[in-house]
Every structure is written in structure tokens, then in C-alpha cells.
Unconditional design. Structure first.
Length: 323
């Protein structure tokens, strides 16, 4: 089979690899479409996870051999493997039933978006739990810094949660335009505009109830901490820039008594319930609904696909690999 291989930190090639064989209880899945996640960029830059097809963990495929009584051959599934087993950038992959979600008939390309959306659904359970702020009866305003695929997922979920104002910031005008189509009420084109100033203006200096960081830089983490309201909530979704210490405006956050939450490893949730919810949301969307996917490549072009996905000025949304 063909499989992506990280041959050196930051270097991806396509190689011939032996077809994997499922053990008892496992599934052999033929990949139909995979997508690049922002976390894949980090893992590749760090040297990969050592697996043919790694570190891909967003895919839709068809079960071609089943050694499990719970998933039949021919079932189309969303693949949501844990990081250590992620190998979706290959023609074939082996997963246990606990790492897949059956999906309805439909376009595999659209259904693959449920993996990214599922991670955001999982995060929102932590970022905006059932207990609401005592000062307001209903959520009024939220902000998202970074409108890549994860940020766009949060925009959708925030509007579904009832936020009347969803203010977003990004470097790319193309991404900001997509965010508007997903429900953002105000877009901020960085670095010419500062989302902290815009939030201050819109909220009359109060700040937002929930500020989500989805870009993965220290500078943007500072922004969400500065624009959250007193006793508001901060959701840190973007990955670290490096393994070193990170600074943050402790004085500001301390005096605001803000709650800070982080999220990781949605694949560990029992029953993959956030991914199940995400599949339902994607499947229910009309055929003409906006899509995060902006670019498509064959597996042999994976190096070019990663270069595009990793360029914040490219305006790319979700980059897909078709098989």
C-alpha cells in the first residue's frame, strides 16, 4: 500500500509499505478521504509518530475486513484514532471498533469534517459547561482568535449555544470571509486590527463571556486573556508553540477571576460521544451548506498539501487528501 512517512523532522514522503493485517477484534479500513489537522503539522515537525500513514487522524473509510462482531464489512466509518495509533495517511489502516464511528451514506469528503468538529464539541463541554455566569441570564458575546478549521467549528458551536455576538480574528481575509458564512458577527483582520480593542468597543468595556484561542501562539493566548470579562471563561485549544515556558498576563487574569480550561485527546472520551454528535450535525447540514474544505490533493502530493496547510497566509481552510 501507499503510505505517508515522516523521513526526518518536517519532511514527508510517500512510500510503499506492507498492507496491515487486523488482529482479532480489529478492522481493516480502506481510506477514502483524509484531512490535515493543525496538530499534524506539529507532530511532523517533531519527527512523526513512527507509523506508516502517521500522524493522520482525520479520515473516512470503508471497512474491507472485520474481525469484530460489532462492525460489518462494507460499513463506512469516521476514523478517530488516538495519537499513538494515528495512521490515516495511507491506503489501508487498522483500528479497533472503539476508534471509529459509523457514518450515514453521503459524501465522504463532507463527513470527514466531523472529526475536527468532534474535537470542538468535546472542547465546548469544558469551555462552556451547563453552569452559566451569574451576572447575565443569557450568553451575550464570545470571541475566537484563529479561524482555521478548528476556529470555524467553534464559530458554529457558539452560535448554536446561543451567543448573539461571535467576534473572530485572523490574519487571512479568505478565512474571515468563511467565518462570516459560518455565523461570525464581526471579523477582525489582524494585525492591522486588534481584536481586544474591537471587543472592548462592542461590549462597552465589559469583555466577552467566553474567549477561545484556536491559533496556537503565545500572542493570541495573551489576547483572549485580556478580552474576557470578569468571571468569564477562557478556552485554550491551540497547541503550544514549543516545549519551553510560556508567558501569560497573570495580573490581568488574576484580577478578572477568570476560569481557564484546556482540552486534549477527545479520542479518549467513552463511546466517542462528541464525534457521534459531530457526525449527526454534519449529516443534518444541507448539501449547499458552507464547507471548510478549500483544497484537495492526492496522497502523492502530501508534502505540497502540508506546505499549504501550514502557511497561515494562504487562506486555506481544511486541506483534504483524496484516495
Amino acid at each position: 500500500m501507499r503510505a505517508a512517512s515522516v523521513t526526518a523532522p518536517g519532511r514527508l514522503e510517500v512510500v510503499d509499505a506492507p498492507d496491515p493485517a487486523p488482529a482479532p477484534g480489529e478492522l481493516l479500513i480502506r481510506t477514502e478521504v483524509a484531512a490535515i489537522c493543525g496538530s499534524d503539522l506539529h507532530v511532523v515537525s517533531e519527527g512523526g509518530n513512527g507509523l506508516p500513514g502517521g500522524p493522520g487522524h482525520e479520515a473516512v473509510g470503508v471497512v474491507v475486513e472485520s474481525r469484530s462482531p460489532v462492525v460489518a464489512v462494507g460499513t463506512r466509518v469516521l476514523c478517530a484514532p488516538p495519537a499513538a495509533a494515528a495512521a490515516c495517511f495511507a491506503d489501508l489502516q487498522v483500528l479497533p471498533p472503539s476508534a471509529v464511528v459509523p457514518v450515514p451514506e453521503g459524501a465522504p469528503e463532507r463527513l470527514v469534517l466531523a472529526q475536527q468538529l468532534g474535537t470542538a464539541v468535546f472542547a465546548m463541554k469544558r469551555f462552556w459547561p451547563s453552569v452559566r455566569l451569574p451576572a447575565t441570564a443569557e450568553p451575550r458575546a464570545a470571541a475566537v482568535v484563529g479561524t482555521g478549521p478548528a476556529g470555524l467549528a467553534f464559530v458554529q458551536l457558539l452560535r448554536r449555544a446561543g451567543f448573539a455576538q461571535v467576534i473572530v480574528s485572523d490574519l487571512s481575509p479568505a478565512r474571515l470571509a468563511t467565518a462570516t458564512s459560518y455565523g461570525a458577527t464581526r471579523v477582525v483582520h489582524a494585525p492591522g486590527e486588534d481584536i481586544v480593542d474591537v471587543v472592548d468597543e462592542i461590549t462597552g468595556g465589559i469583555g466577552v463571556e467566553l474567549a477561545i484561542e484556536a491559533a496556537g501562539t503565545d500572542a493570541t493566548r495573551h489576547q483572549v486573556m485580556r478580552m474576557v470579562r470578569d468571571e468569564g471563561r477562557i478556552g485554550l485549544f491551540g497547541l503550544y508553540e514549543d516545549d519551553g515556558p510560556a508567558t501569560w498576563p497573570l495580573h490581568t487574569v488574576f484580577r478578572k477571576r477568570a476560569t481557564i480550561d484546556m482540552t486534549w485527546n477527545a479520542q479518549s472520551e467513552e463511546g466517542l460521544s462528541s464525534f457521534v454528535d459531530a457526525v449527526d450535525l454534519v449529516a443534518a447540514a444541507p448539501a449547499d451548506a458552507p464547507t471548510m474544505i478549500t483544497h484537495r490533493f492526492g496522497l502523492e502530493q502530501i508534502a505540497d498539501a502540508f506546505a499549504l496547510a501550514g502557511d497561515p497566509m494562504s487562506g486555506a481552510g481544511k486541506v483534504a487528501l483524496t484516495f
